[in-house]
Design a protein around this ligand. Structure first.
Ligand code: S3P
Length: 168
């Protein structure tokens, strides 16, 4: 491994947190979930933060946490789905991490997130919101070093796929 960190990016419901925890255990590295870091510094859950302060405030806080977290090393960092939207974030990730994009089809994503109330951007009509955001973010994950489709994979298979990457 010639990078200090492994960074997991991908749409909501692609398995970033689950895979990240398993990978951290396997490598004996620290697992960091950026959403949890934001909640800790803001003292609020993500849905409450969106409701009370709005998305722009959340994105600013997210950028600050990414800049801080990416200073560390030997970490598996799970990013929120929208973290890739800002160029500063993409640069910070690429500078000190092997960036792994997890992907999944819209139907897999819907299946994985439909009973989870904690995603404010999908509130109302998750199916339609997923389709719309997938379209808007179609190119946002292209900067990643590796892309892994998780539709048919178990968590351990995704972990092995990441570890088998040549510089992984
Ligand atoms: C978001 C994804 C969420 C969280 C916030 C916004 C997004 O993270 O950061 O609700 O813009 O896609 P997960 O991808 O971990 O659900």
């Amino acid at each position: 491994m010639n990078k200090n960190n492994i960074v997991l990016v991908g749409f909501m419901g692609t398995g970033k947190s689950t895979v990240g925890k398993a990978l951290a255990e396997r490598l004996n590295w620290t697992f960091v979930d950026v959403d949890r870091e934001i909640e800790a510094v803001e003292g609020k859950s993500i849905p409450v933060l969106f409701r009370e302060k709005g998305e722009e405030y959340f994105r600013q806080s997210e950028q600050e946490q990414i800049a801080r977290v990416m200073q560390g090393s030997r970490q598996i960092v799970s990013m929120g789905g929208g973290a890739v939207l800002r160029e500063a974030n993409r640069r910070a990730m690429a500078a000190s991490g092997l960036v792994v994009a997890l992907t999944a089809s819209a139907s897999t994503i819907l299946e994985r997130v439909k009973n989870d109330p904690d995603r404010p951007l999908l509130a109302g009509n998750p199916e339609q919101k997923i389709a719309q955001l997938l379209k808007e973010r179609k190119n946002a994950y292209q900067f990643a070093d590796i892309h892994i489709n998780t539709d048919e994979l178990q968590v351990t298979e995704v972990v092995e796929a990441i570890l088998s990457f040549p510089s992984g």
